[in-house]
Design a protein around this ligand. Sequence first.
Ligand SMILES: NC(=O)c1ccc[n+]([C@@H]2O[C@H](COP(=O)([O-])OP(=O)(O)OC[C@H]3O[C@@H](n4cnc5c(N)ncnc54)[C@H](OP(=O)(O)O)[C@@H]3O)[C@@H](O)[C@H]2O)c1
Length: 404
Amino acid sequence: MSSAVFVRNSRRAFSVIGGGRRGTDALSGVHPVARRSIIDLSYSAHFMDFKGSSIPSSMKKLVVTKLSPNFREAVSLQTVPVPTPGDGDLLVRNRFVGINASDINYSAGRYDPSVKPPFDAGFEGIGEVVGLGLSASSHYTIGDTVAYFGSGAFAEYTVVPTKESVPVPSVKPEFLTLLVSGATAYIALKRLGDLAKGETVLVTAAAGGTGQFAVQFAKQAGCHVVGTCSSNEKAGFLKTVGCDRPINYTSEDLGRTLRKEYPRGIDVVYESVGGSVFELAVNSLATKGRLIVIGFISGYQSASGIPSIKGGTLPVKLLQKSASVRGFFLPHFPSDYREALGSMMQMFAKGKLVCEVDCGELSQEGRFTGLESVFRAVDYMYAGKNLGKVVVEVAPPSVSNSKL
Ligand SMILES: NC(=O)c1ccc[n+]([C@@H]2O[C@H](COP(=O)([O-])OP(=O)(O)OC[C@H]3O[C@@H](n4cnc5c(N)ncnc54)[C@H](OP(=O)(O)O)[C@@H]3O)[C@@H](O)[C@H]2O)c1
């Protein structure tokens, strides 16, 4: 028999985010429900969870089969056996998965040039535990709801090492927005922003997945927040989350507006677009200004992945203003991660953080449902259509899942 286990009505403490699961449940006011009975029917073949809703022997997942920033060219939908969790792993039935701008950097092999296809795609998911290894069962049990930041999320089922998992009170897509998008804004501004009350903060791609959080955290720090976006609808949304001056750059000239309305300059820039927007942001910095490089999405679809800039004068510009440009990459801040998630989940539970989710309801072909729609969701983001975090619903709620 494998190390996957039969678990009946067990409840064990798991201290990841400021307490055990009971504490986490209390955050959302969701009352823990009775544990489900699980029947292990020879795990190596398949096993069943509550009331006969069986785990199938095969599933769909998205696999990078060719390195390319063109997601449709790089990735294919495959049918494969449902994987078996190892001793310290969970088998998670994904309910929602998050789309990230970097999904196309990953499919282009830019994260690790030594990795050769085929490899699994997708960075983050949320769902319920439907199987687990023996060691993992000291932290979780079947039916628990978890989110995770780890590879291979674009699948109906994903094996998740316990250490990459985060217990969540329910399978709400809002929790998914915190894992990468929220955590990036929270940690980057906290560790690199040095925000002071009254300072002016510029957030680019402000109405997107991570931008929406940067706006809110900068506002919470007592700053005046300026945010760029490409539509009036996004500008309206930005106002509702505390952005003092949304700039729709399709109807207003960004550079001219910044020069006219902020002649003293911008103290902190949370910069995600790159290229000409990066240059403009550098030119707009105030004395002792800080620009945090979060990304450069305007270049990701190109062969190099890097938008061009005229960088030759950068040292002069920084010196003349005692300004700085700092890079931020979330995986480099593991020691900040748990605190960031715990804090954001509390804010969300208290209604102090908006986690805007965009499941594509207003897109031409409608809501992103099923793994097939990940392709559409990536296109939608790169067309600049999303308002909030782009999320795909992988599977509808199972009938027996009383936590939803
Ligand atoms: N450093 C890290 O650890 C880290 C972690 C997460 C995300 N990021 C970065 O954060 C940025 C945003 O990522 P996200 O996943 O949250 O995406 P997102 O902001 O939800 O979506 C991307 C937004 O960028 C704008 N955009 C799309 N294509 C563009 C293009 N070709 N040129 C200019 N703007 C474009 C659009 O907004 P408008 O049309 O309104 O401008 C779009 O809504 C990316 O640069 C990403 O790499 C970095």
